[in-house]
Design a protein around this ligand. Structure first.
Ligand SMILES: *Cc1c(COP(=O)(O)O)cnc(C)c1O
Length: 468
């Protein structure tokens, strides 16, 4: 392309004012504000100029209008929005982990809408502690002497290491000096907390004697990290938390147990492996036990800490506790979630446990219904047997039998789409639907589609296939 031709095509682009006078953009300033409309038009024109300079033809007016509207929307509308999770991964970290129960949501609303007794003792009429709202409940649920909550489990572990082991040694099995995900690596966290890592044993086998040999005058703490997101199989040996706690007791050293997910209900009752429970670590004698609020607990993002009073008190008094403190909305949601467990209604009320405990037969019936309603719209979908997972770095390799609506390559081709294009269209619908592709099929797994989202899902699918 010659430079002269480029210049002509650049000149052919409309001005900002001209573009904003296009019929499709008449309402833009009214809807999104004058400044946003101008900024959006400038953005569309700048993008067009770059395309022209790159040798492409000048975009049609309709395209400029489309880009301007999309940009204005993105300047005005929130980017954090709800999506439908049709992936079959229950605790999906990229999709916000655990959905909250109705009671947890209501608690957030009532506490955040006005003032609350967050740090106010209503009996005494004086300053109180925000920890009071979850500590006793958490301690009662796990059988621990004391509890506290912080921003997330990563900060719980960081706080515990900083408060109990700064400048001294932490003994951990080589097989547990791992990366949890999202850049959370145990050796790095230890270094940041000012503690020194002492690895014992080998990647696959660590014995009590390995720990015993490593303990010395510089040792501050024995650490156990649950291998939540991977599994070592074969020639493996780990020291269990009871033995570690006994060793700690003999040597007068605290034992910190990072459980990761932690489950207050037994996952084994649903055909899954047994995810370690905080109650078990407490009984075993661990000094401090940390776990997440938004994994298998099914609550908001939070770090839950339970254990022996003397150690939990040290964590509470440490200066970092203020930096990682939990906010009132989270605390409201967490307390409501914990109350479901206290009342024995968690299985019924906590969405994560509802999804885990739904039987596959019910899911199959639901998907058969979906396929039926699509058939009426001229779309031939089938019912596939799938394997859903817990996700969120819990129970790796464990699956729950599930069912998905399946659309094969052939059927999608009738609509002029590949599986990838159909997935993209689904992600672009309102609300977006996140599904998966497997063996050349588009799969929408029913286990993670919340009750009441069926029509939304089917509407998005019809739209994704071409506006039916
Ligand atoms: C998930 C996990 C963490 C981090 O918990 P967050 O609540 O995501 O901060 C820490 N340790 C283990 C073992 C985990 O599985």
């Amino acid at each position: 392309m010659s430079e002269i031709a480029d210049k002509d095509r650049l000149r052919a682009l409309p001005s900002v004012d001209r573009l904003l006078r296009e019929p499709g953009l008449g309402v833009l300033a009214g809807e999104f504000g004058h400044d946003n409309a101008v900024e959006a038009a400038r953005f569309a024109l700048e993008q067009a100029r770059q395309e022209v300079r790159a040798g492409q033809p000048a975009p049609a007016m309709a395209d400029l209008v489309g880009v301007t509207v999309a940009r204005a929307r993105s300047l005005w509308l929130p980017s954090l929005i709800p999506v439908v999770n049709a992936t079959g991964v229950i605790v999906h970290t990229n999709l916000g982990r655990a959905p909250l129960s109705a009671a947890a949501l209501a608690a957030v609303q009532s506490v955040a809408h006005g003032y609350s007794n967050l740090e106010y003792d209503l009996e005494a009429g004086e300053r109180g502690s925000r920890h009071a709202h979850a500590s006793a409940l958490l301690a009662r649920l796990t059988g621990a002497e004391a509890g506290m909550v912080v921003n997330n489990n990563a900060s719980a572990v960081f706080l515990a290491l900083s408060a109990l082991a700064q400048g001294r040694e932490v003994v951990v099995s080589r097989g547990q000096a791992v990366e949890i995900g999202g850049g959370f690596r145990i050796p790095d966290v230890l270094r940041q907390s000012g503690a020194k890592l002492v690895e014992v044993g080998t990647t696959n086998r660590t014995y009590l004697a390995d720990y015993e040999r490593a303990l010395g005058s510089e040792t501050a703490l024995i650490l156990r990290v649950h291998s939540s997101n991977f599994r070592v199989v074969g020639f493996v040996h780990e020291v269990d938390i009871t033995e570690m706690a006994e060793l700690g007791r003999q040597r007068g050293l605290p034992v910190l147990d990072d459980l990761g997910s932690g489950a207050l209900l037994d996952s084994a009752q649903f055909g899954l492996a047994h995810e370690p429970m905080p109650q078990e670590s407490v009984v075993a004698g661990a000094s401090v036990v940390c776990f997440s609020g938004d994994k298998l607990l099914g609550g908001p993002q939070a770090g839950l800490i339970v254990g022996q009073r003397q150690y939990v008190e040290r964590l509470r008094r440490h200066p970092l506790a203020r930096a990682v403190r939990i906010d009132k909305m989270t605390l409201a949601a967490l307390q409501a979630t914990l109350l479901h467990y206290a009342k024995g209604e968690a299985l019924r009320e906590v969405p994560v446990w509802q999804m885990i405990s739904t039987n596959a037969g019910q899911l199959r019936e639901r998907v058969v219904g979906w396929a039926g309603s699509l058939a009426a719209a001229g779309i031939a979908a089938s019912v596939a047997t799938t394997a859903a997972t817990v996700g969120g770095g819990a129970l790796p390799g464990e699956t729950l039998p599930s069912h998905a609506l399946a659309l094969g390559e052939g059927e999608l081709a009738r609509f002029g789409l590949t599986v990838e294009q159909a997935l993209t269209n689904l992600r672009r619908s309102t609300p977006p639907v996140v599904a998966r592709a497997e063996r050349g099929e588009l799969l929408l797994d029913a286990r993670t589609v919340l009750p009441g989202q069926d029509e939304t899902l089917l509407g998005a699918l019809r739209q994704a296939l071409g506006g039916r």
